[in-house]
Ligand binder design. Structure first.
Ligand code: PEP
Length: 249
């Protein structure tokens, strides 16, 4: 049985005042059935770790560098995230791939660094609208999965895969349930081909405009083990409703 996971990606949002959302969320879910993860900006991780201490909320970074140390101004190494209190890191988010030109090979190197630092890697894949319209979705997802995951170290305990159609992120547009199921079933099969039985334990998240109103339907979908949530994870009341929908799915 895969444990469900509700992951919040705060992106470049949040200062100290936002820590109260974590307190509120922890209060609303003292003994959650699902795993809860918040990935705040790196500047907040250590303060959030203090607030989340003793609660069921885990913390993650939103990116890491592939190297351990060195002359990489502005970058953060995986072990530094761990040192600040993170247990997870999002890698290969489409905004990183677009804004910073990250390739599958970059994501793979970062994933190895994350695993080396003991972090769970939440590896994101997703097609653009043009690619979907061209009938390329499964090809794109297959290529990204193959290129972004390393051969070594991938288990259900170390890697989570998030399917995030680029055109659904922050747009309020969501694929049909059939489209989500098609991609998630495909990802499970691709992972099984490559990693064998281990693939059964790898959690597959859907991400892209998940809201309290559409969460239950998405969570009832084949091979959807949770969600990666952007905008709706910023407010405890919204994220809490999504977590509750996941827990009863
Ligand atoms: C995301 O950033 O990973 C995301 C899914 O954003 P949103 O929920 O706002 O679409």
């Amino acid at each position: 049985m895969r444990k469900k996971l509700a992951a919040g990606n705060w992106k470049m949002n949040g200062t100290a005042a936002a820590l109260e959302e974590v307190t509120a969320l922890a209060g609303a879910h003292p003994r959650p059935v699902a795993d809860i993860l918040i990935c705040p900006p790196a500047t907040l991780i250590d303060r959030m770790a203090a607030v989340a201490k003793g609660t069921a909320i885990a913390l993650g970074g939103q990116d890491c560098h592939a190297a351990h140390t060195g002359a990489h101004t502005g970058d953060i190494a995986a072990h530094m995230l761990a040192d600040a209190g993170a247990t997870h890191v999002i890698l290969g988010h489409s905004e990183r791939r677009t804004d910073h030109g990250e390739t599958d090979a970059d994501v793979r190197a970062k994933t190895l660094a994350a695993l080396d630092a003991g972090l769970v890697a939440v590896v994101c894949v997703g097609e653009t609208e043009g690619q979907r319209d061209a009938g390329e979705t499964l090809n794109v997802i297959g290529t990204q999965l193959a290129g972004s995951l390393p051969d070594e170290g991938v288990t259900g305990a170390t890697v989570v895969v998030a399917y995030e159609p680029v055109w659904a992120i922050g747009t309020g547009r969501v694929p049909t349930i059939e489209q989500i199921a098609e991609v998630h079933d495909f990802m499970r099969a691709e992972l099984a081909k490559r990693f064998g039985d281990v693939a059964e334990g790898i959690r597959l998240l859907y991400g892209g405009s998940v809201k309290p109103a559409n969460a239950a339907e998405i969570f009832a979908t084949s091979n959807v083990d949770g969600a990666l949530v952007g905008g709706a994870s910023l407010k405890a009341v919204d994220f809490s409703a999504i977590i509750s929908a996941l827990e009863v799915a």
